[in-house]
Design a binder for this molecule. Sequence first.
Ligand SMILES: *Cc1c(COP(=O)(O)O)cnc(C)c1O
Length: 404
Amino acid sequence: MSGSFNDENKASIETIAVHAGEYIDPATRSSSPNLVMSATFAPTAVASFSALELGGYNGHVYGRVSSPTVQQLEEKLAALDGAETCRVFASGIAAAHALIMSRLSSGDHLIFPEVTYVGTAEFARNTLPRFGVEVTFVDTADLQAVEDAIRPNTKMVWLETPANPTMKLADVEAVAALAHSKGVRDVAVDATFCSPIGMRPLELGCDFVVHSLTKYINGHGDAMGGAVLGRKDDMDKMSMEATVHYGGILSPFNAWLILRGAATLPMRMAAHEKSALEVGRFLEGHPAVKRVFYPGLESHPQHDLAKRQMKNFSGMMSFQTHESGDAIAARMIEELKIVHYAVSLGHHRSLVCWIPSEQILRSTYLFEGDALARWNDYVGDGIFRLSVGVENGADICADLARAL
Ligand SMILES: *Cc1c(COP(=O)(O)O)cnc(C)c1O
């Protein structure tokens, strides 16, 4: 088709981000993607009523199974991550849920990082055991700890790197090689914090990648979504169960917004990294700041791994302060003019929020012993999570200085 991009021609990532999944529409000659909101599609032949029996029919039938704008986003994301296939969902959590529930059954064992995004942490702790999935929480930065946790019924190792909110890393290549050598079927990585520009986990030996599209990939804070990427045969099985029968699909309108956002992902990630390095160095030198965790700084405990594994350090960092975080957070809400005090991350505008340890340990992580000691080392009484946007770095520093 004229104007149809095909990444077989091995274009660079900047070109893939703009063109993959996009083409000149043959009916209208529109250059930019059309937004197709239709919930149903008129088939060209009498088709089965069940998605299980659609067999060889390649056209769209019903919006929960597939639809054109959503498929365009899936093609773009697959090309960005170097994946055979992508499926998108209504949120990052819907994507994680789709993958985990469709791959694991009662009696299976899951190895999960002791610190992840709160939503997935609470899902693994509170929901999965109710369905008979055994979950072991380990420090996935420690390869030996992962090895020790593997059992004959371990079906999946889940990673999140950098971890939200500690910024601790896992060595994706090493964990994937270890897990597979011990017979674990699936290694899945939530790579939301680095985006496909920072890391392509499938090339490091993983089976699945999960992204919250709400964050860097859409990048403008105006649409929620999630994605799972992997091999075609695995993904087809997941789709049949998760998209068709759990139903947490992405709206075409959100797909259309995220498609537009994703086209500028490479240049946005470069801008996030540039400003974040400036802000990270500023915070490190600020008397109010006790510790900064940013993989791009020499002071990060795993900076060598970060340099090896990440092609872009992104805009995510966390920092501890000497003064109580509650007081600083209150000043941030009042004083900040550029950085918004708000949850979420990966948007074009900078966002900061305070995560008090007492509350989150009670609600979510429930640590004791060594795990509690590790949390206290990285977080102490609490930590600020800062998502450095694409604004000018010096302007962000001057804004933060007002509240510190
Ligand atoms: C935000 C986030 C999620 C959840 O994504 P939603 O789109 O909010 O559902 C999952 N993992 C990580 C690392 C996140 O930061």
